[in-house]
Design a protein around this ligand. Structure first.
Ligand code: NDP
Length: 466
């Protein structure tokens, strides 16, 4: 019997995706270019219908047509070499899905390359990590609608389900799926950094101990901040180190790693002229965290402000909660603005209402808050900025004082709060009807004759300034 789908790449994600498919009545062929991972999966296949192949040709021939192949290998040249190895064995109409974190420009190039061979290519954004891959990730497929229709029964089945709806919808042509996944990761960077800054304020400025902070996060997870990231932060803070008995967080080195998708989001927003300052600050915060030795040395040379008075814990815990929520609104506003603007630029017709819904399950940024985002775009699909939706406009109006207080107090205390303060700057910049960019235009015209527009009539103007 021919298998209904094949999976190539049996690392952390691939093996779990294969098992997920097999546990939902798919008959799955698997292949990895080195043998060990295949053997290891077969030793732990949970009795599911997973069938190993050790040659690409045999693997491809084992699949029902049109062949559906889900590739889950390291992003970059590995996916190109997998594609090259598949092309001689595939036929017109067969479908390759790339579930890795490929850059959407690479996906567009591969799509065009495979179109020439009559092979369909779907760039599939997958979010959810190891557990999500096994139990149900959020899935963001981009390619032709026709190809998606053929794989939709499988993808929607293996995706996370929220209220009976799969966290998988067709995103758009070519690289659109991988683009949406990329910006999702950028939003994730900002969300994580905002939480880290709230933690710092609670710990450093309010002097709460780790267990107390865990309780604060757990209580926040009962309200409008309810989300996977808040929930796991409470869990993380309760975990003790087996060796020392200390909170594990206190023995984890403060140097953040990254795999590049947050950076791509920032670079793309810069290329496309879109302000994604909060996401980019989150990236820079990771870069600054990485220079640990320099920071340790600088701490002995560069002084901060005098110690300040003790703060009322209950009052400030609520202020931090509000500041965090408002920072989160601003960060998501930037991410969704990047979706809207890029959708117009690339003619993708992204449906922001649906994108918010698929993030509700399986993925790292899943949160109740996404329902409200989806409703905002459902009511007004051309909404220029999330903060302008009535619900969020009211919320930021209510919470801005708390954000200002937390940012000001952080600053006066010498506590870095890059994403919280950038959220406030973004909010204040965005709501400024008359900005100071007239000074910039005048300077540009003064030194470079770059011309300027006037407020009172159409046209392009230049002044002889001297
Ligand atoms: P792993 O490192 O666990 O697995 C990588 C897989 O790629 C292995 O099967 C590896 O085989 C294979 N591979 C590497 N190089 C080649 C090559 N040149 N030719 C063929 N196969 C190759 O990574 P993950 O499973 O974590 O990630 C896979 C993809 O999924 C990546 O693009 C990643 O960014 C993305 N992703 C990961 C998530 C996560 O939480 N881990 C979440 C969402 C997406 P071998 O070991 O034999 O070399």
């Amino acid at each position: 019997m021919l298998h209904s789908i094949g999976v190539i790449g049996l690392g952390v994600m691939g093996r779990n995706i294969a098992l997920n498919m097999a546990s939902r009545q798919e008959d799955v062929a698997v292949y990895n270019y080195t043998r060990d991972l295949t053997d290891d999966l077969m030793a732990h296949n949970e009795g599911l219908p997973v069938h190993p192949y050790y040659e690409v040709a045999d693997f491809v021939q084992s699949l029902a047509r049109p062949r559906k192949i889900f590739v889950m290998v390291t992003a970059g040249s590995a996916i190109d070499s997998v594609i090259e190895s598949l092309i001689p064995h595939l036929e017109t109409g067969d479908i390759i899905m790339d579930g890795g974190n490929s850059h959407f420009h690479d996906t567009e190039r591969r799509f065009d390359q495979l179109q020439q061979h009559g092979i369909e290519y779907i760039g599939v954004g997958v979010s959810g990590g190891e557990v999500g891959a096994r139990t149900g990730p959020a899935i963001m497929p981009g390619g032709t609608k026709e190809a998606y229709e053929q794989v939709a029964p499988i993808l929607t089945k293996i995706a996370a389900q929220v209220n009976g709806d799969p966290c998988c919808v067709y995103i758009g042509p070519k690289g659109a799926g991988h683009f949406v996944k990329m910006v999702h990761n950028g939003i994730e960077y900002a969300d994580m950094q905002l939480i880290a800054e709230a933690y710092s304020f609670l710990r450093v400025r309010l002097g709460l101990d780790v267990e107390e902070i865990a309780d604060v996060f757990a209580s926040w997870n009962e309200g409008e901040l309810k989300s996977y990231l808040i929930e796991i932060t409470a869990d993380i803070l309760r975990k003790k180190d087996d060796e020392t008995g200390l909170p594990l967080i206190d023995v984890i080195l403060d140097q953040a790693g990254q795999k590049g998708t947050g950076k791509w989001t920032s670079m793309q927003s810069i290329d496309n002229g879109i302000a994604s300052s909060i996401i980019t600050e989150a990236l820079f915060a990771r870069y600054l965290s990485a220079v640990k030795e320099e920071r340790v040395a600088a701490a002995t040379v560069l002084g901060g402000p005098e110690a300040r008075e003790t703060l009322d814990k209950d009052v400030w815990i609520e202020r931090i909660r509000q500041a965090l929520y408002m920072g989160k609104i601003a960060a998501y506003a930037q991410g969704f603005t990047q979706y809207r603007t890029s959708s117009e630029l690339y003619d993708w017709n992204l449906r922001l209402e649906e994108i918010a819904l698929i993030f509700r399950g399986g993925c790292i940024i899943r949160a109740d808050f996404l329902n409200v985002i989806s409703e905002a775009f459902a009511k007004d699909e051309s909404l220029a900025n999330l903060m302008l939706a009535p619900y969020f406009a009211d919320k930021v109006q209510d919470y801005q004082t708390a954000l200002r207080q937390v940012v000001a107090e952080s600053s006066l205390s010498g506590l870095a709060a890059p994403c919280l303060s950038t959220s406030l700057t973004y909010y204040d910049s965005y709501r400024t009807a008359n900005s100071n960019a007239n000074i910039l235009q005048a300077q540009r015209d003064y030194f470079g004759a770059h011309t300027y527009a006037r407020t009172d009539r159409e046209g392009t103007f230049h002044t002889e300034w001297q």
